[in-house]
Design a protein around this ligand. Structure first.
Ligand code: GLU
Length: 288
């Protein structure tokens, strides 16, 4: 079976060295494995992702020396695929419409913590959703959430909730990773203004595109628990995962971010940097 790799950026800002590292690493690994390399544009946030940013992104990636298969999959053109997956989950009683707003959740958690109790947080530090029992539900307009308890019951013993990590997690995790499906609580499957979510669309697309190797930044290691759960619920194959190190800022303290305008490739290009310079800067070998 030919291995299939993908780089899946979101055109909501300019690409920086961290993206270059991830893209080149995927590309090099695909080449070394005699595999395919796909580019996927994750633009479900149609307010922040623009055609101009996408065009600049493609230009930067070409400049880096990447070659990908055409046509490129653009998520905003495939909302019906994600809706079908959501319907599968809803029909099985595993997804529900939730009426609680962010403010409602905050007030709920504050009231709970005022008693001295501690409310559980997800790996990003956000309070877990209080659950279906605390939600009045919504006929329309609310966000869709996964009912994790129902999902667990539904899978029973048929699941093998974990993945093979070929890279390393934040604490050096490698090899077989048992995934705790509950760490994200009843996470969002579709938003009010976007008919899907990152977790749902990434899982649907990796399967539709036959991706066998997910190579991405370590900041997405914890998200894999949500991804393997959705794969099991939707009957989708499990890729292997390789989470790689993040390119840090000059102080080595923080990962680069688009919002801080860190080290945009466009600025490096304008300053005369070459793509081989970029490879050297992120510690990857020169192109052969
Ligand atoms: N689109 C995500 C990002 O820009 C990456 C998704 C993934 O590789 O799973 O961070």
């Amino acid at each position: 079976m030919t291995p299939v790799f993908r780089f899946a950026p979101s055109p909501n800002g300019l690409l920086h060295l961290g993206h270059a590292y991830s893209a080149l690493k995927n590309f090099d690994m695909a080449r070394a494995a005699g595999g395919r390399f796909l580019l996927r544009i994750e633009d479900i946030d149609t307010a922040r992702c623009t055609p101009e940013l996408e065009a600049r992104m493609l230009d930067d990636l070409q400049w880096l020396g990447l070659e990908w298969e055409e046509p490129v999959r653009r998520q905003s053109e495939h909302f019906s695929d994600y809706r079908a997956a959501l319907e599968t989950l809803a029909d099985a009683g595993l997804a529900y419409r939730s009426a609680m707003s962010r403010g409602d959740i905050r007030r709920f958690v504050e009231a709970h913590e005022a008693t001295g109790a501690i409310w559980p947080r997800d790996p990003d530090g956000a309070p877990l959703f209080p659950g279906r029992d605390h939600d009045d539900g919504s006929d329309e307009g609310g966000v869709w959430r996964l009912d994790v308890a129902a999902a667990r019951d539904h899978l029973g013993h048929k699941t093998d909730p974990g993945w093979i990590e070929e890279g390393t997690g934040p604490d050096g995790e490698t090899g077989w990773q048992a995934a705790d499906p509950a760490i994200w609580g009843d996470f969002v499957l579709a938003r009010r203004d976007t008919p899907t979510s990152y977790h749902l669309s990434v899982v649907v697309d990796d399967a539709l595109q036959g991706v066998t190797h997910v190579v991405r930044g370590r900041d997405l290691f914890a998200a894999t628990a949500a991804h393997v759960l959705l794969q099991d619920l939707l009957g989708l194959p499990r890729p292997v995962y390789h989470h790689h190190d993040l390119v840090m800022d000059d102080d080595g303290a923080r990962k680069l971010s688009k919002s801080r305008g860190d080290m945009a490739l466009a600025a490096l290009r304008a300053a005369g940097t070459t793509s081989d310079d970029v490879r050297r800067m992120v510690g990857l070998p020169k192109t052969v």
